[in-house]
Design a protein around this ligand. Structure first.
Ligand code: CA
Length: 603
């Protein structure tokens, strides 16, 4: 089965061929096979070993060409009628400036920003139905925004969380975005991915809604969106892109494997690889934190802001200068995992906790969480996390302390587990405290009514065999915050390493991963987190210009986008840095301006 090794799910145990947990500090640079052998990522290493072929250069696609729509958007109803399974509920013109991207929210209003050109806004639903299981109405509700002056490209916007809402189809990404797909002239699609729960998880009771959330909404919607584009502009999209962050990044990577025939460019931010297992790991982490929380009702008391600042300083003391610039940023993430030692470099409390030390029990808990979820017998459930100063971010704490119970408990209980829990009377704390083996086992659980396990419907299929995408000239650009507390940047790096092995060392011809030092989940933290990764992806897909660096900016006062309050005061508010494709690292060129990306080389 060359290159076709999928995750072999064993319904009896949920695990297969796992290894003993090892010391994470050397995993990435020194022990690649062990790194890739975590439970959910097992397929990465096996695909690489099975393939061994030496692919030729990835083919090059031609650029998109613009087109326009000169009719009346409000009159599109009859033109769009009769698309199978589809109901168009609204067509309207949005005048130039009717939508603004960039800027910032002030008292609920967007201030500043850039006006978007005139476009049609089309609302509709695909596969409307009533569930035979819970009796509720389901449908894949969508919004398309079609510029009157179109750049010839389609962008499918993947949304976050558990979907369930039709977010505006703006295709805005990167912290405090100041542009986006719609602003750049793309025809943009956004959907609820088949449920109307607005981030809640009741839809997990309906087997089809699970599959739609996993991947089938994308499969159902893409041909509809293409047909709408054809009818409006008179041609199909020349080039098609799929992008999002978090769950949206998951959708993008799933599309890269399941629907490669429809997409040319994949923009995956913090892709949620092995989401059912990362959620189990998150709950396991919450259990660890509870053991050292001074207030059981508030897990954040396990590792306070002052203590996180203190650990960040300890990390910087060991790691900041590794990249040649003592600038409050750790670009050499890999080197830092060898240089920093939590036990050695953070004082151990001899008295009461006062923010200047950690107790030994805290060190044990935090160290275990960074090493990644491992069962008592050593079988690995989820990846390790790298030490990075971005753990000071509020978003880091949100994912560590708040969302495990507030979101992951019911998403695992309702969308991952078969059969699902009953939401009425669901005890989130009690569920979150179940043993890790039980929680991880839900990833592969099935019943006759729920025959497809979550690991199958949520995860990319054979993620290191992207030959279908590659062979048609597709490109994959991944970005990932190094201080992402829920989906470890190590999972994206492990994926790339295994893809590269499967591609005989040539994966960078069509896939690159850009870690974002200091950045939390999709944005924020002490980081240069504002960047437009879409434009470099388009140039790569359509012009063959591979992204060697992406310029990213801090969002201090004066920034045209939403500001980031977590920037250290010593930084220039408009500091820039190059984001470098793994394994290259942004290193300072002596003599340059410390605040300027031009002073750094990706090496
Ligand atoms: Ca530095």
């Amino acid at each position: 089965m060359p290159g076709g090794c999928t995750l072999r799910l064993n319904p009896a145990s949920g695990f297969q061929a796992l290894h003993k947990g090892d010391n994470m500090r050397h995993r990435i640079p020194l022990r690649p096979r062990l790194a890739a052998a975590s439970l959910g990522l097992l397929a990465f290493s096996l695909a690489g070993l099975a393939s061994g072929r030496q692919p030729s250069a990835a083919p090059q696609l031609t650029p998109a060409t613009p087109a326009s729509f000169t009719g009346d958007c409000a009159s599109l109803g009859p033109i769009l009628a009769g698309i199978p399974g589809t109901t168009i509920t609204s067509t309207a013109t949005v005048a130039e400036g009717g939508v603004v991207v960039g800027g910032r929210q002030v008292e609920g209003r967007r201030v500043g920003g850039q006006p978007v050109a005139a476009h049609c806004r089309i609302l509709g639903t695909v596969n409307e139905r009533v569930s035979p299981v819970d009796g509720r109405a389901y449908g894949i509700d969508f919004e398309m925004r079609l510029p009157l002056q179109w750049n010839g490209r389609f962008f499918h916007q993947g949304n976050g969380g558990l979907d369930g809402s039709v977010l505006p189809a703006l295709a805005e990404f990167g912290g405090g975005p100041i542009t986006g797909g719609l602003h750049q002239g793309f025809a943009v699609l956004s959907s609820n991915a088949g449920n109307r729960d607005r981030g809640e998880a009741n839809f997990g009771a309906d087997p089809q809604a699970r599959l739609d959330y996993g991947y089938q909404a994308v499969g159902s919607l893409t041909p509809v969106a293409r047909e709408i584009i054809r009818r409006v502009y008179g041609k199909l999209p020349d080039r098609s892109y799929f992008g999002g962050c978090s769950n949206g990044g998951r959708h993008a990577m799933v599309a890269a494997t399941r629907y490669a025939q429809w997409y040319d460019g994949i923009l995956a931010g913090a892709p949620a690889f092995t989401l059912p297992l990362s959620s189990a790991a998150q709950l396991w982490g919450a259990q660890r934190y509870l053991s050292v929380a001074t207030d059981p009702a508030n897990l954040a008391t396990a590792f306070t802001p002052a203590e996180r600042q203190m650990v960040a300083r300890a990390i910087l003391n060991r790691c900041d200068a590794l990249d040649g610039a003592t600038d409050g940023m750790v670009q050499d993430t890999r080197g830092c995992q060898s240089a920093f030692d939590l036990q050695r470099d953070v004082p151990t409390c001899t008295g009461a906790r006062d923010g200047t030390c950690l107790t030994q029990a805290q060190k044990d808990v935090i160290g275990a969480i960074y090493r990644g979820a491992v069962l008592p017998d050593g079988r690995r459930v989820y990846s390790s996390f790298p030490f990075d100063p971005g753990l000071t971010a509020a978003n880091w704490a949100l994912w560590e302390f708040t969302l495990p119970e507030a979101r992951s408990a019911f998403s695992v209980g309702m969308v991952v587990k078969a059969p699902p829990e009953v939401m009425a009377g669901f005890d989130r704390r009690a569920f979150a405290m179940r043993p890790l083996e039980t929680l991880a086992g839900y990833a592969t659980s099935t019943t006759p009514q729920y025959p497809v396990p979550a690991m199958s419907f949520m995860n990319p299929v054979n993620p290191t065999d992207m030959s279908a995408l590659r062979d048609r000239g597709g490109r994959v650009l991944v970005y990932h915050g190094v201080s992402d507390a829920v989906f470890s940047v190590h999972t994206s790096i492990e994926w790339f390493r295994a893809l590269d092995a499967a591609q005989g060392g040539t994966a960078a011809q069509f896939a690159r991963v850009f870690p974002v030092p200091g950045m939390a989940h999709c944005a924020f933290g002490p980081a240069t987190d504002q960047f437009d990764a879409l434009t470099p992806l388009v140039r790569w897909v359509e012009e063959g210009i591979a992204p060697e660096r992406i310029i990213a900016s801090a969002r201090g006062p004066g920034n045209p986008g939403a500001l980031n309050a977590e920037l250290p005061a010593e930084w220039a508010p408009n500091r820039t840095r190059p984001l470098c494709p793994y394994p290259r690292v942004a290193r300072f060129v002596p003599g340059g301006n410390l605040e300027d990306a031009e002073s750094f080389a990706c090496q």
